[in-house]
Design a protein around this ligand. Structure first.
Ligand code: ARG
Length: 561
């Protein structure tokens, strides 16, 4: 039951204000003694020619509802106190009835392509790509939960002049066996070496350019090497996606749009948007902005042009209602240009494009950079997280079955959760020990709380007790705190979907876990009295919601740990 909605309805039956307005005005009193909701009457004084306190009094006198223990005027406010027993029982019933579908809603529908992860071939996937992957994945899950059809697109960085350099480097120092053994690592080393040696020997750069030209012209050897690099790199990336449990609906990367850029350039010219500036073809961005470059002075087209082609192609193929780009905030200007140019081309759907940007991950306060060799290898991070998790499990629960599977869920889940619990725009520091702790604001803490709930249910079932499905009114304050959180879940999901902000769900999961642990510490759940079924229902409902919240974040919830 949505109590706030009922407050809106009740107030609306008494006064002449639109419901949305009433909804916005409703407050949550700080002091619980003042009720759970308060409606301030100041705004009505003018039209009703009475003072706010009189208005509050007359509204309160006319209202009654079985869901509220009291509705009364206090000064200029109408205060509503929820019937705690009612809130608890109706919420628990709702969660148990709907199970994992609790919180499903239809806020919209239609295709929503999500451009996410998009690492660059032949380079290690960076922490930034990890962020894009897990944020994008969680947003996809959440959009689906509220009615949309997400389409997860991995726009691989699989084309560009760097591949000319890579081929040249491979021809000098590479060999097939090494690449097969550890593709990303070795290709990356060739690439780094190329840059180092090119500083002393500029001829290398010419070679790189020649190889790129060959690639563009379809030279069989160049094309074969490029395809091979792409294939082995992708296989490496897929290993990481597998670990994370993330899948994609499309791998149409940059190369896919090679033959789709010229039509866009022609279109821009036909629409009179293109003009020359210092040898380049550009589109004006407005009086105080630098123009957006479409074709460089050497005739090569660039990142933006490709993204224009990709956006048009996606509109044609997916007829999307929104499109999201989950990309770090250092590319903010690029997406401003993308939207502005599309808008100038006459595409109103440019307004449905959102750059879902995010902050940096630092380590020891320092920026990570692939180019400077200051890299973190994600494989390694995940492996380390899993073995740390395993160590903790062995200490806490040495007899646990499926230790490896649980350690995997906890270790990987910890890294994912840590990434999602901060507002996505915030920068944050990465410290593995911190991430994998079972206490504090971590993923393992939430997982552990869920496993604790499951363990209570197992113990109960051993003595023949199970969650009740009616008479669920509990009367202690800890149950009420948990139930209030449970009742909030649908709204939390809606807010997360609206803001493309997984942290809303992660913070909620932490809060619910804390409330449940307080309940667990203060209430003897398994005492055999006539409320045991109701208490178990609360335990079950909590586990359902924690599990679903974690699923939306892309984190598994082991039943035992
Ligand atoms: N490959 C790019 C990079 O690593 C990210 C691509 C983002 N997506 C896009 N459509 N531009 O920086």
């Amino acid at each position: 039951m949505d109590f706030k909605n009922e407050v809106v309805e009740l107030i609306a039956s008494q006064i002449d204000l639109p419901k949305e307005k009433i909804n916005d005005l409703i407050e949550r009193p700080k002091n619980a003694k003042m009720g759970d909701y308060a409606f301030p009457c100041f705004i009505l004084a003018k039209t009703m020619h009475k003072n706010p306190a009189e208005i509050a009094k007359s509204i309160a006198e006319n209202l009654s509802s079985e869901n509220f223990a009291s509705i009364q005027a206090v000064g200029p406010y109408v205060n509503f106190s929820i019937d705690h027993g009612k809130l608890i029982s109706s919420t628990l019933k709702d969660v148990l009835d709907k199970g994992e579908h609790y919180g499903d809603q239809e806020l919209g529908k239609g295709n929503v392509p999500i451009d996410m992860s998009s690492p660059n071939i032949a380079k290690p996937m960076s922490m930034g790509h990890l962020r894009s992957t897990v944020i994008g994945n969680s947003i996809a899950n959440t959009m689906e939960k509220v009615g949309y059809t997400p389409i997860k697109i991995n726009y691989l960085g699989d084309y560009g002049t760097q591949f000319g350099k890579l081929i040249a480097a491979y021809k000098h120092w590479g060999n097939e066996e090494d690449v097969k053994k550890d593709p990303i690592m070795n290709l990356f080393h060739y690439y780094v070496r190329f840059h180092k040696e090119a500083e002393k020997n500029p001829e290398l750069d010419d070679e790189g350019r020649e190889w790129f030209k060959k690639l563009e012209d379809g030279d069989p050897e160049a094309v074969k090497l490029w395809k091979w690099f792409r294939e082995v790199s992708l296989k490496d990336f897929k290993r990481i996606y597998n670990e994370l449990g993330v899948t994609f609906d499309s791998y149409n990367g940059e190369a896919f749009f090679n033959d789709k850029m010229q039509p866009v350039i022609d279109e821009l010219r036909d629409k009179g948007l293109l003009h020359e500036s210092r040898g380049a073809q550009v589109v004006d961005m407005g009086p105080d902005e630098n123009p957006a470059i479409i074709v460089k002075s050497d005739g090569t087209s660039i990142y933006l042009t490709r993204d224009l082609a990709a956006a048009e192609w996606r509109m044609k193929h997916y007829n999307f209602v929104k499109m999201l780009y989950v990309v770090g905030n250092e590319q903010a200007q690029h997406f401003v240009e993308l939207k502005t140019v599309l808008k100038k081309m006459g595409y109103d759907w440019a307004d449905d494009i959102h750059h879902v940007s995010f902050g940096l991950i630092t380590q020891g306060g320092k920026k990570l950079s692939t180019r400077k060799g200051n890299v973190v290898f994600l494989d390694q991070v995940l492996k380390d997280a899993v073995s740390l998790a395993k160590k903790q499990i062995q200490e806490k629960n040495p007899d646990l079955a499926n230790q490896d599977q649980v350690a995997h869920d906890v270790g990987v889940g910890a890294v994912v959760f840590h990434d999602l619990k901060n507002d996505r725009l915030d920068n944050f520091d990465f410290n593995l020990e911190e991430v994998v702790r079972f206490e504090g604001d971590t993923g393992p803490y939430v997982q552990y709380t869920n496993a604790r709930a499951q363990s209570v249910l197992r113990k109960a079932s051993k003595v023949g007790k199970k969650p009740a499905d009616n008479d669920l009114a509990l009367d202690d304050e800890w149950s009420f705190a948990v139930a209030k959180d449970l009742a909030d879940f649908p709204r939390i999901i809606a807010r997360s979907a609206d803001k493309f902000e997984p942290s809303v769900i992660a913070k909620y999961a932490l809060d619910l876990a804390k409330k449940f642990n307080k309940y667990y510490a203060n209430v003897k759940i398994l005492t055999d009295d006539n409320q045991i079924g109701a208490r178990l229902a609360l335990v079950q409902a909590t586990s359902i919601v924690l599990t679903e919240a974690l699923r939306l974040l892309g984190v598994n919830a082991p039943k035992e740990m």
